[in-house]
Design a protein around this ligand. Structure first.
Ligand code: SF4
Length: 195
């Protein structure tokens, strides 16, 4: 094999480098054979429930940052929770794409209010939102609650406002939501999963 002067020095340099590394106790063969670092090795795991449908699959969200105050958390991977009794680690395509949902620029993160006749949504605080919702519910219920029907039969119903519950809630939250809504007399009550 013919080599020029430049190639000769390059080969000598590579030989010297690898022999020095070997002399220091490193085995280049092993280093080259090492697999890539597992990308979840240093992540913080947080368990949650997929928000999309009533199957309510368990998910593990992997984030950077150790939850200390000066660390900015950033979710970079989500997968099915293998210990969850509902899905045993599996996710449908919607659940498998949850990480994009989280980082979507269109994701709604705070309450917004659009006044009647206005074309613009305005950001409001959670306190303002809850106060307004509670006041409107009370006003409507006070005005439209039906204690007895035309025949004098007790019905205790309120049919002018409807409720939509979230599908990602736990059994316990679902039970309490159902109790609260039905105790107000509301009949129009459904779940996000059926929308
Ligand atoms: S992963 Fe799919 S099936 Fe499971 S809760 Fe989410 S949307 Fe429903």
């Amino acid at each position: 094999m013919e080599i020029n002067r430049r190639q000769f020095f390059r080969i000598c340099g590579a030989g010297l480098g690898s022999s020095s590394i070997a002399a220091l106790g490193f085995a280049p063969g092993e280093a080259l054979a090492e697999v890539r670092q597992f990308k979840l090795a240093r992540s913080t795991e947080t368990r949650n429930t997929c928000p999309y449908c009533s199957v309510s699959c368990g998910v593990i969200m992997h984030s950077l940052g150790d939850k200390s105050k000066n660390a900015q958390s950033d979710i970079f991977h989500i997968e099915g929770d293998p210990d969850h009794p509902v899905n045993r680690g599996t996710l449908c395509p919607k659940g498998a794409a949850l990480v994009d949902f989280i980082h979507s620029p269109n994701r709604l993160k705070y309450p917004e209010y659009r006044a009647a006749g206005s074309s613009e949504w305005k950001r409001i605080s959670w306190d303002e939102a809850f106060t307004r919702i509670a006041r409107l519910l009370k006003e409507d219920r006070d005005k439209n609650f039906v204690a007895q029907n035309a025949d004098g039969v007790t019905v205790n119903r309120w049919i002018t406002t409807g409720f939509l519950a979230a599908s990602a809630a736990s059994n316990e939250t679902g039970y309490l939501t159902h109790k609260a809504v039905r105790s107000l007399g509301a009949l129009a009550f459904d779940n996000q999963a059926r929308v």
